[in-house]
Each structure stands twice: as structure tokens, then as C-alpha cells.
Design a protein around this ligand. Structure first.
Ligand SMILES: N[C@@H]1[C@@H](O)[C@H](O)[C@@H](COP(=O)(O)O)O[C@@H]1O
Length: 299
């Protein structure tokens, strides 16, 4: 697992967006071989989506051959409700970019048969050959998508009852009235996310520091469902300094040192992965995934 630590939310968003942009460009998606991207909602990805819009407007990135699958959606909330995840995705990303509507997949929380809806969603993912990269955020209790504490780490897309803490946390979007927050959601499972060829998670803010510590320093545990990424062969977490507050100093130093060693191996001027946030990111010098995994020695 890689842990990249950046100064603050903006620097995290810039890093993650740039990383995903490079993954898509390197993949070189076509009509027949689209890039399949899993997407979250919430405040965590908003900065990434702003960057995606900027890349599209600058002509740096097209989403024509990108297929998306969203992680979750509330049950029973009208699709055009301002707080539905359909609305969120439309207002924060899709209305600004050239993605084809037929390539967007969001669970229908108003489907007559919710079980069928979830099954079809999984099958649709399979029909595209699976998800190339699943981007995620987490809740303060370490949940990924709506896989609340205690969810099976092998879970698939399904209807889920929301934890009281999540209802409380999300009431800020519903006039601070917990009675307005839907009690159920459709969500991809932990197993669904872990099936992606790469999982990339954004964790920012001191309120998520305990979850990051559980995820990185303790064992895989269904009470902190994001900890399942320890078992993933290609996982990346990008967090801010605040989120590292509960980590051991040794852990933080270890992950920062890894970045420094990579700089040393490939040359900071080529990679741009140095800990100095001010020098990062400069898109032209950011490593492609290939550069990351196929480290050429400088000397
Ligand atoms: N289902 C969503 C999750 O996918 C999201 O990661 C979480 C955190 O949201 P935020 O990014 O706003 O902290 O909120 C909800 O529970």
C-alpha cells in the first residue's frame, strides 16, 4: 500500500486528480477499451472533480471513453432531489465534462426490485471487464461507500441500513434534521471495491485520523471496513497532515521516506514526488504509473 501525505485538502485533491489523469492518459482508452472508473460522492472527492473539470476545459483530458460506476445512492430519495447522489454527480462533475450519459452508472435507489438492481449493477461492471480504478472516500468510522462497521469484507452490491452515526453525519445536508435523512442506501460492497484493479482513497481532516490509524497500523477488521485495502495488491491512500494525527511518528516518517527514496532513484526533477508541497504538482513532471513501478536508476 502506498500512503502519500500532502499538506492540506487542496494539495491532496491536486495529487489524486493528477494521478488519476495520468492513469487514464496512460491507459489510452478507446471506444472498445474504455477506462472504467469507480467514483464516490461526499466532500472528499469535490476537489478532485474540480480538477477533472479543469483538465477537460484545458483540453488535457477527455472522458469520452471513460465509463463510471458510482459507489452508492440513497434508497427512496427522488433522483432529482438536491441531495441524491445522482444530483451530486451531475452538479459536481458530469454537467461540465464530455462523458457520455450511457457510460454513467449510478444505482437506482427507487428501483422496484432493489435486489435485482444491485445484481444488475455488478453484472454491468463485469461486462466491462471490471473496474480499473476505484476512487473512494471514507466516513470518520472508517466506512467505505456505505459499508458501515460490521459489514462483511466480502460483501457485494446490496441494500444497507445506515448506521446512526452516518445518519447524524449526513443530516448536515438535510437541514440538520436527522428525520429527513434516508435510512437506507444501495451500496457497492467491500468486495466489489476490492475487485477493482486499483483502489485509491482520499482521507482528509483530523476527524478521520482515528480511521486512518486503524486502517494503516492495525489489522484488517470489519469494524473499519476501509482496512480491507491492506489486502489489495494495488492500493493508494492520499491523506492530509491533519489525518495523520493519530499515526505513530515512525509510520509517518516511513511513508515520507519512501517518497524521498523514489525521488532519489528517479530524480526529483523527473518525478515531482518530493515531500515539498510547493514544488508539487507540476503535471508535466508528475510520474506516470509506469514510472512509479518501473523505476529507472539514475546512475
Ligand atoms: N457514502 C458516503 C461515503 O462514500 C463517503 O466516503 C462518506 C464520507 O463523506 P465525506 O467525504 O463528506 O467526509 O460519506 C458517505 O457516507
Amino acid at each position: 500500500m502506498r500512503l502519500i501525505i500532502r499538506k492540506d485538502y487542496d494539495a491532496v485533491s491536486d495529487h489524486m486528480a493528477n494521478y488519476i489523469k495520468n492513469r487514464i492518459l496512460e491507459f489510452n482508452p478507446t471506444l472498445d477499451k474504455p477506462f472504467v472508473l469507480g467514483l464516490p460522492t461526499g466532500s472528499s472527492p469535490v476537489g478532485v472533480y474540480k480538477n477533472f473539470v479543469k483538465y477537460y476545459q484545458n483540453g488535457e483530458l477527455s472522458f469520452k471513453n471513460v465509463v463510471t460506476f458510482n459507489m452508492d445512492e440513497y434508497v427512496g430519495l427522488p433522483r432529482d432531489h438536491p441531495e441524491s447522489y445522482h444530483s451530486f454527480m451531475w452538479h459536481n462533475l458530469f454537467k461540465f465534462i464530455d462523458i457520455l450519459p450511457k457510460n454513467v452508472h449510478i444505482l437506482d435507489g427507487n428501483a422496484e426490485n432493489l435486489e435485482e438492481e444491485c445484481k444488475n449493477f455488478e453484472e454491468k461492471m463485469k461486462s466491462y471487464g471490471g473496474v480499473e480504478l476505484f476512487l473512494g472516500g471514507i466516513g470518520p468510522d472508517g466506512h467505505i461507500a456505505f459499508n458501515e462497521p460490521g459489514s462483511s469484507l466480502a460483501s457485494r452490491t446490496r441494500a444497507k441500513t445506515l448506521a446512526y452515526d452516518t445518519i447524524l453525519a449526513n443530516s448536515r445536508f438535510f437541514d440538520n434534521n436527522i428525520n429527513k435523512v434516508p435510512r437506507m442506501a444501495l451500496t457497492v460492497g467491500v468486495g466489489t471495491v476490492m475487485d477493482a484493479r486499483e483502489v485509491a482513497v482520499i482521507i482528509t481532516g483530523a476527524h478521520k485520523a482515528p480511521a486512518l490509524a486503524k486502517c494503516i497500523e492495525e489489522g484488517v477488521n470489519h469494524m473499519w471496513t476501509v482496512s480491507a485495502i491492506q489486502l489489495h495488491p494495488n492500493a493508494l491512500i492520499v491523506c492530509d497532515e491533519d489525518a495523520t494525527l493519530e499515526l505513530h511518528v515512525k509510520t509517518v516518517k516511513y511513508f515520507k521516506s519512501i517518497e524521498l527514496v523514489i525521488d532519489d532513484l528517479v530524480g526529483a526533477e523527473n518525478v515531482g514526488l518530493q515531500g515539498n508541497v510547493k514544488r508539487y504538482p507540476t503535471p508535466e513532471v508528475t510520474p506516470t504509473r509506469e514510472a512509479f513501478y518501473n523505476l529507472p536508476f539514475k546512475k
